[in-house]
Write a protein that binds this ligand. Sequence first.
Ligand SMILES: Cc1cc2nc3c(=O)[nH]c(=O)nc-3n(C[C@H](O)[C@H](O)[C@H](O)COP(=O)(O)O)c2cc1C
Length: 161
Amino acid sequence: MTVSVDEFKKSLQLWASGITVVTTSSDKYGIQGMTVTAFSSVSVNPPQILVCINNSADTGEGIQESHSFAVNILSSNQEKTSNNFAGGSSQKERFEKTDWTLGSTGAPILNDSLMSLDCIVVDKFLAGTHWIIIGEVQQCICRTGEPLVYYRGGYRQLANN
Ligand SMILES: Cc1cc2nc3c(=O)[nH]c(=O)nc-3n(C[C@H](O)[C@H](O)[C@H](O)COP(=O)(O)O)c2cc1C
């Protein structure tokens, strides 16, 4: 049985997730970042997470170069940041509109995000169109606030109950 791309995409829209901006910094490409919903925890000890990055994404190239990245989980008031890092502007413009500092691995940490995980790459696999990149967490930075939620192709807020 074959599943069409449309059917597959429509089905996955029923999966509610948070939104992240994955960042990296390398000598070759400088600082880079992109919006990513394909994020998951993998292992507790050692602390590992994964992100899935399209093999055509510039930021993915940078991660392969630097062997490190940060995952910044967006707060409820960061819709603009999500759109900003989803393409249509240069990396320079993306970071000009955001308050950031360098984390312990050298990857940019977005200061207004809800939580940031600074990671080194420990494994990667190419699966279809995407790289599955596994990172071992070197530093966790938690802040206060509510998460930005993505569901059925749109931004959502958690209900207050
Ligand atoms: C809500 C949202 C979620 C996204 N999730 C992913 C994702 O999980 N993986 C991915 O490769 N691209 C994802 N994208 C697309 C990238 O953010 C976009 O293609 C980005 O510009 C690629 O980065 P680059 O400019 O470094 O090439 C998402 C875009 C949006 C708006």
